[in-house]
Design a protein around this ligand. Structure first.
Ligand SMILES: Nc1ncnc2c1ncn2[C@@H]1O[C@H](COP(=O)(O)OP(=O)(O)OP(=O)(O)O)[C@@H](O)[C@H]1O
Ligand SMILES: [Zn+2]
Ligand SMILES: [Zn+2]
Length: 804
């Protein structure tokens, strides 16, 4: 019997989900732990690759043939056993490779290369002792895997005893942030003696000595320089003379240091209190129950989340709260930070890699008990979880588009079972899947049917744009909407206007021959961008100048169609010259912190109108907003996707909910070419229940989720026939293994068949119960390794959220 490590190796073209066994060198026997990364030899050439230790166990058979672990990459585990277990389930259910899952759980900078710095903790061992293990020249920058196993073992031991610390340093921009700290080595009685030894005109030095002799507390170098008006040169002299010690210390980057405003818990109304009680009981009983908190817009769901988190904290537990895309909801962060301040760590894509890394480490070191973040925050290395919350659970951004194609809701469910804690899914417009589960009591339904303080839902008017255009209105603004905007401007109330960009683009077309400018690489028209004065492809980034004449017939009547937020802004400004307008779209929010700035301005009523794309539909809570206008409700209804009605209903309901949230009445205008469509009609009354029934009926008829499961397999290749051929091969392999109840659609080209010069073919399988499907698809995934060499990319998506 001998101890071996089971390692998942990172080899891009030779992936496998079963770990390999490696021998553990003698010196590392006591050091190696599950969750560490290691360097191992792999394949015939014994190439060195990175791997994750996922198990350590005793083995008897044939250990002679095993290769040896080369070295450790970490001196402490980067993933705990829970997350390692989770990665195995994740790989299995999303049909992806285990190593991709493991890497997904780590912050970006941990996936990249980074180096480490050794530090002695509180003089617990001498520099000489440490130098005997590792020369001091390497302390600032060493690679664990370049050390001998003996060195690794000795350092690892010292770390366990708390005598040294290992500080991660990321090569590239994402380093831990360092500042210099000054500590005095002078006592009061030394002052006179030293001063006497200095020249009279060495004013700065004398000042420094005086300060040091009289101040024992540490100070940052910058503050000291400012305080005494001296330069770093003076401080360095002081250091050389031994008057002071200068030390680099790490400082966390805090992206939200400006959020200071504290908020106190509100007294809950009856419905809120009931919801809180039900969830809290499950925290007490350690029950992994999933709740669906269905509350109309402005019903106070967020307050329930906050008090649920507070409850978990009083029980000594932690909490995770997911929000759709946090860059869009800075208000939510300030609400959570306002309640739990330093206990909160924030993880989302708007942070720099360095900031994310720092927040991740604060969680890992148990310095943060509440994690707020977007999708990937569901992998936060937080332990002892007491409750998990997913706000706006219906949002598509909770599903990842790339491998591993996971849905955060499913991962949350797994972790809730692991920690035996409740999971709360909140929404005004729950996904059909979740609402259907609550019908069958898989989820417990909690309702907040009324707005806070009995405020009524806003009055919604549907404007038929067909009639309006006939009556001579212009493309974007109907008469009733213009009048409503005008009336708000007169009484200094605010308006929100949304231009729905989904499925919509501003393209240019020749009025003589009908030519549309398309991307040379993708099957999609180019979009006009006024800011850069160019035509851009939204899929591949291709960019070209705006043509002055038609490339096809040379006519000069090549014009712009469709509507961009920029154009609407100009029109609006012409109509209301005095109105202060803020525009929020991808172009105005590209820079870090731009979202926050625009919303702050609007919140402080320094603007009258907020004009934006879908990003303004969710989460905003401004009491002075009494008008919401949707300029074009229907663009998404035309998309070839069975969820297009659901998405339209959700969007219209969410954005309508921004009006009249406080004591002033709200009004909403929805401009549409499909005034009779049920998604538009039912959004008018925010009637989720009726929408749910109607849509369920349609899904049942069409055999779509939630009645059926869906699985999409896609092949991409430079040549169309290769992609098609692969999909027919997949079809032939799968078909015999499925029952007659399964429905296979395709192979067909995807709705957008060519992207970045690659052709896409897909099949979609709709099924209820197919016991052989999982194994068959897993086999296809394993075999796809050899396609890779032929340039075929195969992707498998269980429950895809988009069919475009
Ligand atoms: N119990 C309460 N007493 C008084 N005010 C409350 C209470 N609960 C919530 N509020 C206030 O009511 C407003 C709406 O609440 P909140 O934003 O939490 O609603 P929501 O359901 O999350 O809304 P949406 O889904 O529309 O974003 C907020 O300004 C909040 O501070
Ligand atoms: Zn033309
Ligand atoms: Zn393109």
């Amino acid at each position: 019997m001998i101890q071996v490590a089971k390692v998942i190796v990172d080899v891009p073209t030779m992936q496998t989900n079963s770990p390999y066994s490696y021998l553990i060198p003698k010196q590392l026997e006591n050091e190696i732990q599950i969750g560490m990364r290691v360097v191992v030899p792999f394949g015939n050439g014994n190439r060195k690759v990175q791997g994750f230790v996922v198990k350590i166990e005793m083995e008897t058979i044939n250990t002679e043939k095993l290769k040896k672990i080369e070295s450790l990459m970490d001196l402490e585990p980067v993933l705990n056993t829970e997350l390692i277990q989770l990665s195995s389930w994740l790989a299995d259910t999303t049909f992806s490779f285990r190593v991709t899952c493991l890497l997904t759980m780590l912050p970006n900078v941990m996936r990249a290369k980074y180096s480490k710095q050794l530090k002695i903790v509180n003089d617990q061992i001498s520099k000489q002792q440490l130098a005997a293990i590792l020369p001091s020249t390497s302390w600032d920058n060493f690679e664990t895997d370049e050390l001998s196993t003996l060195q690794q073992s000795e350092l690892s031991n010292l770390r366990k005893q708390g005598k040294i610390e290992i500080v991660y340093r990321v090569k590239n921009q994402a380093q831990t942030k360092k500042i210099f700290q000054i500590e005095s080595r002078l006592s009061v009685d030394q002052e006179t003696k030293i001063l006497a030894s200095l020249r009279k005109n060495a004013i700065k030095l004398r000042q420094l000595v005086h300060y040091l002799a009289n101040h024992a507390t540490k100070i940052t170098q910058t503050s000291l320089e400012n305080k005494l008006n001296i330069t770093s040169a003076t401080i360095k002299i002081g250091e050389a003379k031994g008057w002071l010690i200068r030390q680099k210390v790490e400082q966390y980057r805090d992206p939200y240091k400006d959020v200071k405003k504290q908020t106190l818990p509100l007294t809950l109304n009856q419905d809120q209190q009931h919801a809180l009680d039900e969830i809290s009981q499950n925290i007490d009983k350690s029950q992994p129950q999933t709740f669906l908190l269905e509350g109309v817009t402005g019903s106070g769901k967020t307050e329930v989340y906050l008090q649920t988190i507070a409850y978990a904290l009083t029980k000594g537990k932690t909490a995770i709260m997911l929000v759709p895309e946090i860059a869009l909801t800075p208000l939510m962060v300030s609400r959570v930070k306002g309640r739990f301040s330093k206990k909160v760590a924030v993880l989302h894509s708007g942070l720099s890699d360095g900031e994310k890394f720092d927040e991740w480490r604060r969680i890992k070191r148990h310095e943060a008990q509440v994690v707020v973040g977007a999708r990937s925050a569901i992998f936060a290395p937080i332990e002892n979880v007491g409750v998990i919350i997913i706000d706006e659970e219906h949002e598509t951004s909770y599903k990842q588009d790339d491998s591993p194609r996971y849905h955060a809701r499913n991962v949350a469910q797994w972790r809730s079972e692991f920690y035996k804690c409740p999971l709360v899914l909140g929404s005004a417009t729950p996904s059909l899947e979740s609402r259907a589960r609550s019908e069958r009591n898989v989820y417990q339904l909690l309702r907040l049917p009324k707005r806070i303080n009995g405020h009524p839902l806003p009055k919604v008017k549907i404007v038929d744009m067909r009639e309006e255009l006939q009556a001579g209105a212009d493309q974007n603004f109907s008469q009733p909407l213009l009048e409503a905007i005008d009336s708000r401007l007169k009484i200094s109330q605010q308006s929100i206007l949304m231009l729905n960009r989904r499925g919509y683009s501003s393209f240019i077309m020749c009025r003589d021959c009908g030519f549309v400018l398309k991307c040379p690489n993708c099957d999609i028209s180019l979009t006009l961008h006024m800011d850069s004065h160019s035509m851009k492809c939204h899929y591949c980034g291709h960019e070209e100048p705006i043509p002055k004449q038609c490339p096809n017939c040379h006519s000069r009547k090549i014009r712009y169609y469709g509507t961009g937020t920029e154009k609407v802004e100009q029109e609006l400004q012409l109509k209301f010259p005095k109105a202060r307008i803020l525009r929020m779209d991808v172009d105005t929010t590209r820079r870090k912190g731009a979202h926050e700035k625009i919303l702050r301005q609007f919140g402080e009523q320094r603007a009258d109108i907020l004009l934006g794309t879908q990003m303004i539909a969710k989460g905003l809570d401004f009491p002075n907003v009494t008008l919401v206008g949707v300029l074009n409700a229907d663009t998404a209804l035309e998309l070839p996707d069975f969820r297009s009605s659901e998405r339209t209903f959700q969007l219209l309901t969410q954005v309508s909910g921004r009006a009249g949230r406080a004591d002033k009445l709200g009004e909403v205008f929805i401009q549409t070419f499909n005034p009779d469509h049920y998604a538009v009609q039912l959004a008018k009354t925010q009637n989720y229940e009726n929408f749910f029934r109607k849509e369920m009926y349609i899904r049942h008829q069409g055999k779509y989720p939630p009645y059926y499961y869906t699985l999409q397999i896609t092949a991409a290749h430079k040549e169309e026939k290769m992609a098609a051929k692969k999909m027919y091969a997949v079809l032939n392999e799968l078909q015999p293994k499925l029952s007659s109840q399964a429905i296979i659609l395709g192979p067909t080209p995807k709705p957008i068949a060519r992207v970045k010069n690659k052709y896409y073919y897909q099949i979609v399988i709709k099924y209820k119960n197919e016991p052989n499907l999982h194994a068959a698809v897993t086999k296809i995934l394993q075999e796809s390794q050899s396609d890779y060499r032929q340039g075929i990319q195969l992707s498998i998506d269980a429950e895809p959220q988009s069919f475009m």
